[in-house]
Design a protein around this ligand. Structure first.
Ligand code: AMP
Length: 437
């Protein structure tokens, strides 16, 4: 019996999760694909702190994220917070450390983020993202690259039927600013739009004293969406024709989508004219990625041209994307994606008796030197018990180190799948394992 030391049975904190080996493996698999895509597109990794100043993280996060930050004072009295997203950290880094370096920067980060969200399916208080930022270019080819890169990642992890929902914050913001709506109200309208509370958004706009034409235009835009992207874009142009900045925004979106198409990249896209995203720093194209099996976004991003300047850096236009690794994993599970990993045929080395432990360790070293994954029986169990355990865990080979065979420089190799065994000279073990795999 275990002694009770009077401690409670600890559980994870609400919203936090342990990852089982199978889940951890999947996460690392996705991260591996992220690194591969980064390499293919020329993005360099940076590692930034989980803890940043509250002021930095709150500056342009938008009300939704701002209210959900884990904020506290450290022992030195500094107001700090756990990062709810990567972009402010990368922007800070570019505004300071990389200040005088030649543009463009292609940077990526992978790690955990923290938001005090209400835990539910696909929404956790600790979650993981890979985040790609292309900084220094205001050109539509930079936006197109971020969309294409995201599509490449979705393909690389084996996801099918991804849909990219695309929009442009410059359309709604262009109309609102031409109508002289103040920035605070504009941000509130965008937040409501993001939550699809269109009626409330329109009410707020009316209350801000805009023209009847403005209300009518916004009303039409929020209804306008669809997969025939260039038709939708033509309609958008027509609806917003008296709002100069909005017209430029639609033109910009048009150019980006044309480039994606010209690249030959087969992406299923939907344009949504009333699309908005919670973060306040976006200035241009915005997008999210979905699969039919889940109604939550697997990733989201867009263009933010003024953030680096806001943090004291040189004016640096930028576009980026955050891929939600937890949700990508969920989507892979739903689509029953197979992980294409090597090295599954593990080996267990079992000494028949205590005096042969050293020999078992020596054989295990020899195999690992040949890049073969090995476990050694460490529970002091009898061979039959150890074999039962190996079988249960789907280990492919057992190497049984016994005195009789060892006297002849050999061991017994048992194939646990085929349930057959043979005596093999120690110097031939690797050859035998490789020929059977
Ligand atoms: P955002 O920074 O809110 O645009 O989020 C980008 C992506 O991160 C989303 O599309 C999700 O895939 C993922 N994400 C955001 N919040 C959470 C959360 N609370 N739990 C899990 N994934 C999240």
């Amino acid at each position: 019996m275990k002694e009770n030391l009077g401690m409670p049975a600890f559980k994870t904190v609400r919203g936090m999760r342990d990852f089982l080996p199978k889940e951890a493996k999947m996460m690392k698999y996705v991260e591996g694909k992220v690194r591969k895509i980064a390499e293919l597109y020329g993005y360099k990794e940076i590692i930034t702190p989980v803890v940043e100043s509250h002021e930095l993280l709150a500056a342009k996060a938008g009300e939704e994220v701002r209210l959900r930050m884990y904020t506290f004072k450290d022992l030195g009295g500094r107001m700090i917070a756990l990062r709810p997203e990567f972009t402010p950290s990368v922007a800070r880094f570019v505004a300071t450390t990389l200040r005088n370096e030649p543009r463009p920067f292609r940077l990526f980060c992978v790690g955990s983020l923290y938001r005090y969200d209400e835990p539910q399916q696909g929404r956790y208080r600790e979650f993981w993202q890979s985040n790609f930022e292309l900084m220094g270019s205001s050109k539509p080819e930079a936006d197109a690259e971020i969309i294409m890169l995201t599509n490449s990642l979705m393909e690389a992890v084996g996801l099918n039927n991804c849909v990219f929902k695309v929009g442009h914050v410059g359309v709604l913001r262009g109309i609102l600013s031409q109508e002289k709506v103040d920035e605070k109200t504009e941000n509130e309208v965008m937040q409501l739009m993001d939550k699809k509370q269109y009626d409330d958004a329109l009410k707020l706009v009316k209350g801000a004293g805009v023209s009847g034409k403005c209300v009518a235009t916004l009303g039409k835009l929020v209804e306008l969406k669809g997969g025939r992207v260039f038709e939708i874009i033509e309609k958008m142009k027509k609806y917003v024709k008296s709002y100069e900045m909005a017209v430029d925004a639609v033109e910009n979106l048009h150019e980006i989508l044309k480039l994606v198409l010209e690249s030959g990249c087969e992406i299923d896209m939907t344009v949504d004219a009333g699309f908005s995203r919670g973060l306040e720093y976006y200035t241009g194209m915005i997008f999210e990625v979905y699969v039919p099996e889940l109604d939550i976004a697997l990733g989201g991003g867009g263009r933010y041209d003024r953030l680096i300047e806001l943090f004291g850096g040189e004016p640096t236009p930028a576009v980026g994307i955050a891929h939600g690794i937890d949700r990508i994993m969920m989507a892979m599970q739903r689509q029953k994606t197979l992980l294409k990993t090597g090295k599954e045929n593990r080996v267990m080395v079992i000494p028949v008796k205590s005096e042969l432990k050293g020999e078992a360790l020596k054989i295990s070293r020899m195999l690992r030197d040949a890049d073969i994954p090995v476990e050694v029986e460490v529970m002091g169990r009898k061979v039959t018990k150890a074999l039962e355990d190996a079988d249960r865990r789907k280990i492919r080979y057992a190497i049984i180190v016994g005195e009789k065979e060892l006297n002849e420089g050999a061991v017994v190799i048992r194939n646990l799948m085929k349930r057959e065994q043979s005596t093999v000279k120690i110097e031939k073990i690797i050859e035998k394992l490789e020929s059977n795999s």
